[in-house]
Design a protein around this ligand. Structure first.
Ligand SMILES: Cc1cc2nc3c(=O)[nH]c(=O)nc-3n(C[C@H](O)[C@H](O)[C@H](O)COP(=O)(O)OP(=O)(O)OC[C@H]3O[C@@H](n4cnc5c(N)ncnc54)[C@H](O)[C@@H]3O)c2cc1C
Length: 79
């Protein structure tokens, strides 16, 4: 049985960020997720500036040299 003060359904970025924020405020959080790795999508190619700010607020600092600059390219959708 899971014992926690806060139960978070979903262990994606939102759920995990919520768990960190809740733990930082002194509450015990548990995350449940029916998914099993590996996830079926290729993800994590890029972190947007807002995402970096959010990670920093959660105490996760990504140093400038840890990644390559994100260069936006034009996307095209063909019908
Ligand atoms: C192909 C692809 C590439 C991407 N690349 C990037 C990228 O490079 N950079 C970037 O910033 N973003 C990227 N994204 C977007 C990013 O994946 C999403 O913005 C992000 O995952 C959203 O986080 P979330 O926690 O809201 O939802 P999710 O990541 O979808 O997490 C939701 C979780 O809830 C779980 N769940 C569902 N139902 C239940 C339930 N009933 N009970 C408990 N758990 C449940 C699921 O298993 C899942 O793990 C990409 C998305 C896709 C599809």
């Amino acid at each position: 049985m899971i014992e926690a003060e806060v139960l978070i359904a979903g262990g994606g970025p939102a759920g995990l960020a919520a768990a960190i924020a809740i733990a930082e405020r002194g509450f015990q959080a548990a995350v449940i997720d029916p998914g099993r790795p590996p996830i079926d999508k290729a993800c994590g190619e890029g972190l947007m500036p807002d995402g970096l700010d959010t990670l920093e607020r959660l105490g996760i600092r990504v140093a400038a040299g840890d990644g390559a600059p994100f260069t936006a390219s034009a996307s095209s959708i063909s019908a």
